[in-house]
Design a protein around this ligand. Sequence first.
Ligand code: ZN
Ligand code: ZN
Length: 341
Amino acid sequence: MPRYICSQCGKEYDAITADGFCTNQPECEFGTGWLTEAGSAAKTAAGTPGLTPMGFENEAGLCVLMMDGSLSMGEPAFPDSDYPGTRYKLVAMNAAGGLWSLRSMTHQDAAYLALCVFAGEPRLILLESVEALFKKHNTPESLADTIQNMLEKQTPDARFTNINAAVQLAYDIKQAFIGGDLSAYGGPSGFKPVIHPVVRDGADGEEFIEIPNVRVLIYTDGEHNVTSAIKNPFAGDEQSVLITAFIGEQDAKGVGQMQNLACTCPKHAPATGFFLIDTPERVQTLRGIFRMASGASGFCAACLKVEQKTEPEAEGNSTVEESAESQTLEETAAEDSPPPA
Ligand SMILES: [Zn+2]
Ligand SMILES: [Zn+2]
């Protein structure tokens, strides 16, 4: 009888699990470990331990997740590896895992999440507080199932990929948040969005700008394939809050498109908020991006590294929120800089 080993936690199994992923939760972080045949030369997942929650002490924040649900997402996520899931499954597990790590943050009632799917056109599936989301789901598994179901069953026009329409809807929701009224999208109204003062290295030296506590994350595994050229409404903002990711090969056409859409990090410029997910070793990165966007805590790979470094020993250790090292990008940036003259 062959034995299997989890790529993440090393737990041994006599038989493969139903979906090929490790079931050793909570010790093994949900969605990050899968079973590889013992003795096979398969590489294990990157040695980075799981990410942990960021501090989050703001009145109102928003994350817009714009998720590609097109039919190609049903293909194996990493065909050249032993990763057992489709791209749908990859995204659902890591979106759920990333969101789940926000469970220890405070003010969950004021952190909003807009879950959208898109292919030929975008659709807002739900806009609610993180608190409400956690009330409906007691486990990351159930949240992952909900997200996967959304992607597979509720994506309109699943044969096409219209990046413009998706980015525009995300932008409109972001603008409504800044205006303090999300009622047109089924969300709250009459709230005050939190705005962080940040210093940024601009073309003419230091610039003092304001960044609203909102992030937009869009990913695709395809490319814009409707006739109009790609437009980026976020490019007109003082500071773009658009984080992008591509799931697939590095030389795919969609990579350049996502790269061009991504924001430039205000703290780590010229680093951008673009992430390539092309190997199973990037699974932790994918999860980290979902967490970073949901917690409105960063923009780029360097921001993500800071989060990973400040991680405490154990998952769910809420004292990280009090730790000076777990400051959000905005706080850190503000403190690093002299006050505006
Ligand atoms: Zn495991
Ligand atoms: Zn950064």
